[in-house]
Write a protein that binds this ligand. Structure first.
Ligand code: FMN
Ligand code: SF4
Length: 587
């Protein structure tokens, strides 16, 4: 990349080192990757150590320091797409360009890879080409994309119907059906004052929708009470958990709720600046969100009139950056390595200042609570899980999409709403959540029973449940940030062992090794990714034992392994770890 273009990119980011991830995203948009000379120049122009720039470029899968094809195609590898035969589509494209996965074609035209998930499980299979998402893939659409790549025109000039993202909101309740206009939450928070707003949030019983389920009122009060020259608010829109797409729908169709919620949160904790950290796979949301922020400034809902401003920050393809401290590192222009979790972000967050991190849905709920009060919200749901939950339902159902249902709803009811038949298993909360067997469908979506950050993946009896869990294990091995050994090595071994079991090539000793491994990874990992990465395997071992026995039986006709004995210590760990939430986190 020539020096003038690079200077222009860096100037457009005000020479701000904390925007390194954004700068490198722009470099990749022009250069395709971050070449070694560009690494050196960026380091010089920003006054950063070269190693830091190289480390960041190498960490995020949408950046990278190796050359790629002029068209970089990333097929989603999530299980829902896999069940829709995405692998056959990948093969089709590989064959037509005569390349293998990860290879650059000889003429430098194309490279084809897999990515963990594109956030489009309701309309997959899907892929990204040079960052643009294309859903609803069929052999015909693959043929059209292949022809367009051969034609060599820029992706931005391709037919727009290829990129259309459909909305599938099938059920609306408290959040999505209550009328709301831009500024309603801000005006209500102004009228109530910071303390009054925090009091209503506490009264509502609202708990974080991002997975940990921590009390939002306590978090806001802790942030407000921490002295500091400045405070920050972050909306966590990273939404990397396969099977989750409800934040995408909120931001696409209810952005005013979310942006009002962020402003309300900032006013309530005394923050002047807020960041919306948007999943890198959702570039189609960037323009409408930026337009909304501009309109808000013009209307006096942001900016000097209100004492709060908000900005957009795009992720770059790293699931771990959904973890709040990794997200903050990324916002600061670093690799997304999770921090040690004392101190917590509410006291030492962005630039070591008090920082509130909340999920998109939490903030949307907060905007409505500011208007209607805490009692209005807590009248719905259960005592410990107030309000409603947005559920992203996908897999073997007639109507995949988003369903807003009161907390406490049974899994069976969710499946009825979505039109599921002959269900074998349901993965609640994404791969890091809970795998339910068919005899558990009366369990309830609530923090006191089965908590869910939002994903409900449904598998009918025709599906190979071992293959499903092998896909989840592959996901964690791919997304481990590599910082700590138990997770880096453990998730890889877990994936290898699960792959062997699913392929019918494992012995009983492999299964025992897997049980021991899951214990170690859960106990010794540094962050929530590692401590939850073994959940699906653990649930499979506990609940789908006949499926495992059948698969390894032909190899060794010995009595089934003593699962109870093998799992006893792991169960103790699990019970402590999963109490009330599947991410063990505190502000
Ligand atoms: C590996 C990992 C990924 C996560 N991804 C997300 C995410 O995509 N969105 C989110 O809101 N929270 C995610 N979380 C939870 C956040 O760390 C944090 O608890 C949450 O953003 C706090 O907001 P809340 O209190 O509103 O839930 C993740 C946690 C872990 C360990
Ligand atoms: S547990 Fe995994 S994701 Fe978390 S810090 Fe360790 S290696 Fe990284």
């Amino acid at each position: 990349m020539d020096l003038d273009s690079l200077r222009a990119i860096i100037a457009s980011h005000h020479q701000d080192r904390t925007r390194l991830v954004q700068i490198l995203r722009d470099v990749v948009a022009e250069e395709g990757y971050v070449s070694p000379p560009t690494v050196t120049r960026v380091a010089e122009l920003l006054g950063l150590p070269r190693g830091q720039v190289e480390g960041v470029a190498g960490f995020y899968s949408f950046l990278g320091t190796e050359p790629r094809g002029r068209y970089r195609v990333l097929f989603s590898d999530d299980i829902i797409d896999e069940l829709k035969d995405s692998r056959a589509l990948v093969r089709r494209m590989l064959d037509s360009f005569r390349v293998e996965l990860g290879e650059v074609s000889r003429d430098g035209l194309v490279s084809i890879e897999l990515t963990s998930c594109t956030g489009l499980c309701d309309q997959g299979p899907a892929l990204l080409v040079n960052g643009f998402a294309i859903p609803r893939l069929t052999p015909e659409r693959i043929g059209a994309i292949t022809a367009l790549i051969r034609g060599g025109s820029p992706v931005s000039s391709w037919p727009t119907n290829l990129f259309t993202i459909h909305s599938h909101i099938h059920r609306r309740d408290l959040l999505l059906a209550t009328p709301f206009a831009a500024g309603d939450g801000v005006r209500a928070a102004q009228a109530r004052g910071a303390e009054g707003t925090r009091a209503e949030i506490t009264r509502s019983g609202l708990r974080g929708r991002g997975g940990a389920g921590f009390s939002t009122g306590i978090k806001w009060s802790a942030c407000a009470a921490t002295p500091g020259p400045t405070r920050f608010v972050v909306c966590n829109a990273d939404e990397g958990e396969p099977g989750t797409f409800k934040d995408r729908e909120l931001l696409a169709h209810h952005a005013d709720l979310v942006l009002d919620g962020m402003t309300v949160a900032a006013m309530a904790v005394g923050a002047q600046r807020g960041f919306l950290y948007l999943r890198g796979e959702y570039p189609f949301l960037v323009e409408p969100l930026l337009a909304n922020l501009t309109a808000r400034r013009a209307a006096g809902l942001l900016g000097p009139a209100i004492g709060v401003d908000l900005e957009l920050h795009l992720g770059a393809g790293a699931y771990v950056c959904g973890e709040e401290s990794a997200l903050i590192e990324s916002l600061e222009g670093k690799r997304g390595i999770p921090r040690k979790r004392v101190p917590y972000p509410v006291t030492h967050g962005y630039l070591q200042q008090p920082t509130l991190v909340n999920n998109v849905e939490t903030l949307a709920a907060a905007a409505l609570i500011a208007v209607h009060g805490g009692d209005w919200f807590r009248a719905v749901g259960t005592e410990r899980s107030t309000g409603t939950k947005l559920l992203s339902v996908s897999g073997d159902v007639e109507r995949p999409g988003v369903y807003e249902l009161p907390h406490g709803v049974s899994v069976r009811r969710v499946l009825e709403e979505a039109g599921a038949r002959d269900t074998q298993a349901v993965q609640v909360g994404g791969p890091s959540g809970t795998l339910l067997a068919a005899n558990e469908l009366d369990r309830r979506i609530a923090y006191e029973d089965v908590p869910s950050a939002g994903a409900i993946m449904v598998f009918d009896r025709s599906r190979d449940i071992l293959g499903v869990v092998a896909n989840f294990a592959r996901f964690f091995a791919h997304e481990s940030c590599g910082f700590c050994t138990p997770c880096r090595v453990g998730t890889t071994l877990q994936s290898q062992l699960m792959g062997r079991i699913a392929a019918g090539k494992a012995s009983r000793k492999d299964v025992k090794d897997l049980v021991r491994l899951t214990r170690t990874v859960k106990l010794a990992s540094h962050c929530g990714l590692g401590t939850t990465a073994t959940n699906p395997v653990r649930d499979l071992l506990e609940k789908f034992r006949p499926a495992i026995d059948d698969r390894i039986g032909p190899l060794e006709a010995r009595p089934a392994f003593d699962l109870d004995e093998a799992l006893a210590p792991a169960r103790e760990v699990t019970a402590r770890d999963d109490e009330g939430a599947h991410f063990r986190e505190r502000p």
